[in-house]
Design a protein around this ligand. Structure first.
Ligand code: PNS
Length: 167
């Protein structure tokens, strides 16, 4: 069984992520979307969605693929790969900025374990899409439909309204 892990924070999942999951699902027997749920102050404080919400949105979004599942993880992604017997980490690369950052992580992960990192080039129609930019644009009322699944768009709009109302 060839198993791959797609790790990320997915705050929230975008259509760019989904493109990578679908392509990974065609290459591997099973793909595990691994949601980082580390409770470190620097990461959790600036999240728009909690771990449970991020995982719910992902689970709904990956439902069309029979061989993709969602699981939370804490600690090192390499330890998680070992735990679930995954041979590869699959990541999308949008451009040189991603490459510089991802190369260092891939090499560190290779130093830690025997897991391979496989990079898939982002579909050009999604190369400008990131969770951070989607949140920023949506927070100023910009149109992000088509960049995230419809269910995510609804939750995003609601959460931004809640934040604005101070709740
Ligand atoms: O880029 P993202 O989406 O914020 O990724 C977050 C995540 C959870 C995938 C990343 O921070 C991670 O892998 N954390 C686990 C800790 C770890 O393994 N660090 C060493 C990486 S070389």
């Amino acid at each position: 069984m060839r198993r791959a892990v797609c790790p990320g924070s997915f705050d929230p999942v975008t259509n760019g992520h989904l493109d990578i999951f679908g392509r990974a699902a065609a290459l591997f027997d099973e793909v595990v979307v691994a949601v980082g749920v580390n409770k470190s102050k620097s990461t959790s404080s600036n999240r728009l969605f909690g771990a449970d919400e991020r995982m719910e949105m992902l689970t709904e979004a990956v439902a069309p693929w029979g061989n993709v599942r969602v699981q939370g993880f804490t600690g090192l992604v390499t330890d998680f790969c070992r735990e679930i017997d995954a041979q590869a980490i699959v990541k999308g690369l949008r451009g040189s900025g991603d490459y510089d950052y991802e190369l260092q992580m891939a090499q560190m992960n290779a130093h830690l374990t025997e897991v391979e990192t496989v990079f898939l080039m982002t579909d050009p129609s999604m190369s400008f899409v990131s969770s951070s930019l989607v949140k920023e644009v949506a927070s100023f009322g910009g149109d992000v439909s088509g960049l995230v699944p419809d269910a995510v768009l609804q939750r995003l709009t609601t959460r931004i309204e809640e934040r604005r109302a101070g709740s």
